[in-house]
Design a protein around this ligand. Structure first.
Ligand code: ADP
Ligand code: MG
Length: 351
């Protein structure tokens, strides 16, 4: 095994340079980023491997001379004649080998995506809290309104006027149940070791019962996936909410696919995980309406007649209790929601 085996799987591009600034190591992510095989880079000076980057080269020479690393969040390198916008971390190497500098590069777009996800999760958290507080405030007087309407109804001489008190009672009941649904997800997760495919099979059964007839639910499972530590009920609810939307989008007549895969080196809200389980729910419906796309995870946002707009908000909240995230991509005829659920090691559990 190579001494740098651990670096081979990283999505961050890693190069190592010796005292002459010649490349001694490049990982596969670096091959991808710099668009050349490592055999072309190994043993070659950095500025020969990546010509056109004199400024950066002299900063590397300085880092080497003073044994001082540096970071750059806004680095422009020329790669094959095109600018690449990068984030880099340069560190002096402290190994017994020939390498003197370790260079790590990430593409800025990837960096931006991570920041954006963290921001989205924070915003969703804030909006959920606001809604919870509001729901409490609305819920409290509802009991009083309902009770008063019942008393009033008994006093009414004219039976026809009961129509009005009945409206009050029915509407307070409706609000009450909406508020209850807004207030539920506050229990602590009950974690156990679980098999994601059992969860999916459960969801599939529920879905087929809810949409009898023409809905098709196909599976494409990676059965070698390890067990996950999580709250089974929450995961069933989260996946069901996503899958139900998919079924509704197809009008109950389309095809849904449930896909499981391993995902490596995922970063969610600035935390890195070596492995995660990616559960995708795909459908062939008309797609998420573009004007809603930015907001569908917010509570009370719905594009459906009679929709509560709570399904995805709850699902996201359950998944983020598992340190995961739900993402989606959608176009007409193909929509995919993916729940990324980190497989946390014992160390990561403590965080
Ligand atoms: N698979 C999908 N295809 C198309 N639109 C979707 C899909 N999933 C979600 N949506 C859109 O997102 C909205 C919000 O979903 P959700 O939070 O579950 O609330 P609700 O289902 O009550 O409307 C839906 O109303 C729909 O417009
Ligand atoms: Mg829904």
């Amino acid at each position: 095994m190579s001494p740098h085996a651990g670096l081979e799987l990283l999505t961050t591009a890693v190069l190592m340079l010796d005292e002459n600034l010649h490349v001694t190591y490049a990982n596969p992510a670096a091959e991808l980023l710099f668009a050349q095989g490592r055999n072309h880079m190994l043993g070659v000076a950095f500025d020969a491997a990546l010509p056109g980057n004199d400024d950066f080269m002299s900063r590397l020479a300085q880092a080497l001379e003073f044994e001082a690393g540096f970071n750059d969040n806004d680095l422009l390198l020329e790669v094959e004649g095109y600018p690449a916008h990068l984030h880099c971390v340069i560190t002096p190497a402290e190994t017994a080998g020939p390498e003197r500098l370790i260079l790590e590069f990430r593409q800025l777009e990837q960096q931006l995506k991570i920041a954006r996800e963290a921001k989205i999760l924070e915003q969703q958290q804030a909006s959920r809290e606001l809604i919870r507080n509001l729901a409490h405030e609305i819920k409290n007087p509802l009991g009083g309104i309902r009770g008063a309407a019942q008393l009033l109804e008994r006093e009414l001489a004219d039976a026809e006027q009961r129509e009005f008190t009945q409206v009050i009672i029915k509407e307070t009941d409706r609000l009450q149940s909406l508020m209850n649904r807004l207030l539920t997800p506050n229990r602590l997760p009950r974690v156990e070791s679980l098999n994601i495919h059992e969860v999916l099979e459960h969801v599939r059964t529920l879905l087929l019962a809810e949409f009898p007839g023409s809905l098709e639910v196909k599976r494409d499972y990676d059965t070698s996936l390890p067990d996950l530590t999580g709250d089974k009920e929450q995961l069933i609810q989260a996946i069901l909410n996503v899958a139900r939307n998919a079924a509704q989008a197809t009008g109950g007549l389309g095809e849904i696919r449930m896909v499981t895969r391993i995902a490596r080196q995922v970063t969610i809200a600035r935390k890195r995980f070596r492995h995660a389980i990616a559960v995708s729910i795909e459908d062939d419906g008309p797609g998420v309406p573009p004007e809603l796309a930015e907001r569908i995870f917010y509570p009370l946002v719905s594009g459906r007649q009679g929709g509560s707009g709570l399904g995805l908000s709850l699902a996201q909240s359950f998944v983020s209790q598992h340190h995961g995230i739900i993402e989606f991509e959608s176009e007409s005829g193909h929509t995919r929601f993916t729940l990324v659920l980190p497989l946390r090691t014992a160390g990561e559990m403590m965080q």
